[in-house]
Structures are given as C-alpha cells and as structure tokens.
Design a protein around this ligand. Sequence first.
Ligand code: ADP
Ligand code: MG
Length: 401
Amino acid sequence: MTARFRTLDDLGDIKSKVALVRVDLNLPMADGRATDLTRARAVAPTILELADAGAKVLLLAHFGRPKGERNSTMSTSVLQGAVEDVLGRRLMYISEVSGPVVAQTLGIFGPGDIGLLENTRFWPGEEANDPEFARAIAANADFYVNDAFSASHRAHATTEGLAHLLPAYAGRAMQAELEALDMALGNPEKPVAAVVGGAKVSTKLAVLEHLVARVDHLIIGGGMANTFLAARGVDVGKSLCEHDLAAEVEAIMDAAEAAVCTVHLPYDVVVAKEFTAQPPSLRTCNVHEVAADEMILDLGPQAVEALADVLKTCRTLVWNGPLGAFETPPFDAATVALARTAAALTREGSLVSVAGGGDTVAALNHAGVADQFTYVSTAGGAFLEWMEGRELPGVAALQRS
Ligand code: ADP
Ligand code: MG
C-alpha cells in the first residue's frame, strides 16, 4: 500500500530555511484549557527536530469549525500556552497564515524559532483546497512537512494542496503512522486477524468489505455481532441490532468464504435485562439462549478463549471497535481480556498489533495495554478511512511529490 514518501531523513541542510509544518493541534478544550495534550505530544518530535536543525518553523493547524471566518474563540492563540508547555520552547503566535505579516515575522526569526500561524480554517480557501490560498501560504516557505495523518483524509489546502507546491516530507508522527499501517494491512506478516467491534455494522460496512479480502480471520464483536447473529437466524432479544442489514451481512459472509477468510462470531455472550453497571439480571449464556427481554452486552468467556487461541496462531492483528459495552462494567470483560492477550503476544514478539478508533483507544487505555500494542492510532476518521482501503488525499500527495 505505502508507496515511497520522503521523510525528515531526506532533508539536507535546513539551517535558516523556512519549514511549513502541518500539525494536528485540535486539542479538546474545557473552560478555555486543553484537557488532553496527546495530539501536541505526537507532533513535538518533528517540530523540535526541525528547530534543532536550525529551520525557521511555521506551524499550520486547524482548530474547531470556524467555517471560513475569523472567530476569536477558535484562534490558535488559545493553544499557544499548551503547545509551549509540551515543547518546552517559546512560540510566536502569528495572526495570519500568509502575506506580509508572516514575511515580516520571518525577517526577525533566527534559526530554530517557531511560529504558530492562525487557524487555517479561518479562510474558506483551506477547506476548498483553493490553489491561490495554498500558493500564498507557500510563498513564505522553502519546504512543507505534513505531520497530521489525522487530518490527511481531507483534501484541504494545508493537508494536500501545499504538497504540490513545495518539496514535501512526512513528519515523524506521519512516518510512524504510515509504517505501522503498512505493517498491519499493506504488507503484513500472515496470518492476519482483524477485530471489528463497536456499536453498528452500518458505520463499518466498508471496513468489513475491505477486510474480508485481506485478512485470514475476521473477528466480529460488539453490537455488530448481534446484527451478524440475527442475520443468521439467531434471536438476539432486545439487543442493539440492525435487522435491516441482513442482506449486507450475507454478502460479507459470502465474500469471506470466497476469500478464505474465517469469520468468527461469538457462541456465548453476556446478557442482561437492563443496561446498567452490575445489573441483577446479569448472566452468561449460549447465543441461542438469549431471552426476548434480554440484551447482549458483551462476548462470553468461551468466545474470548477461542479468540485468544486464534490470535496465538496469527502474526498480525488490526483492531477497531470494542467487543462489548466496555464503558459499563462488567461488560468490559471480553474487551479487556482479549486486549491483554494481544498485548502479551506483542510483548513476546509473536504478534504485530495495530489498533485505532476513538472508543478503541479508550478501551485499550481502560485495559491498561495501549502502550503495549505495536501501534495505537489516535487518528479517528482518517484511521477508519484507511481501514476501508481508501486513498487519503494528504498521504497520496506526499507519495507523489
Ligand atoms: P470506535 O470509536 O473505536 O470506532 P465504535 O464507535 O464503533 O468504536 O463503537 C464503540 C461503542 O460500541 C462503545 O460505546 C460501546 O459501548 C458500544 N458497544 C459495543 N458492544 C455493544 C453492545 N453489545 N451493545 C451496545 N453497545 C455496544
Ligand atoms: Mg466511536
């Protein structure tokens, strides 16, 4: 999958050269403060490497959804303190992304100085991928670095357009992400297992269709396992279930058979009559024994054991979506157990494990194993599009330039 792309290793002498670096600093905020610095930490190595090599670094980032207009609550100046804390360096906030204000600031910059440009989405040219807008930004710079994989499923001026106008390089976070994704699905060691869980089949149809042709084992968990079971004639009671997707499920099962991909559905499940923590009606049963007033909220222990045995035969695992309603104990049990098995196999060196998805990252953190997977993507929508086998415009532009 991954064609060649240039990295920071391919940069020559960049002393006093101007680098435009697209980063994801769309930090979650509460009461004007950043509540999670993960995204800033992810891009810090690239920024510091460029600055330490003497480049004049200009950071490009979007923040919120200002819809092409200036909006002071979504100015990147709000992020300045948090980013400075993460970098351990001072930044200069610059109230534009192009033009004389940027040029004049660069005139007083020395090697290694870092500027934080204004929110790219204050200008309609960003989301429209307007070449004029991109050209005006590029005019102040010598080269472009994209370190924002999570924004690269959008063909915007600063995620895609700039790569056509300046020598373009993948930053360290982008490079790590692309290398991990290539190990997981582009060029994986076989056998490959995929875990697909989460709430609904409808949000992941394209993922399932793409995976059946590529993996040896497709493990279905979460609410979407109910939809698969129901399509096969199992009565799932009042479980979360998309009964209208039976035809789509059958098509996926047929495609799996044709591709010699084994689809794993649970044979025991954890059910309850009410969806609360530790409900009195909690019990574990065979999938054929779910009562009309019960709902399936997690995979059962036998299913988890069988899935652990599958993972032991595999060399590569790609995981998106929790196996159960993990936010509400004890319906986290299957997700936690299988995640720990995957982590142990990864530690032993027998498995390459790559996971992604908002709730999946939360679930792996909850299981205490996120740092024991080979790679955990926090890229959200971009990760899912990659799981669907789609070309990401920002990545494709790096590979072509
Ligand atoms: P991700 O964000 O990792 O892509 P999803 O958003 O697709 O994952 O799905 C996560 C959600 O699925 C979680 O909120 C979880 O509670 C829910 N879920 C998983 N299994 C079930 C189930 N059996 N019944 C209801 N909800 C479930
Ligand atoms: Mg989610």
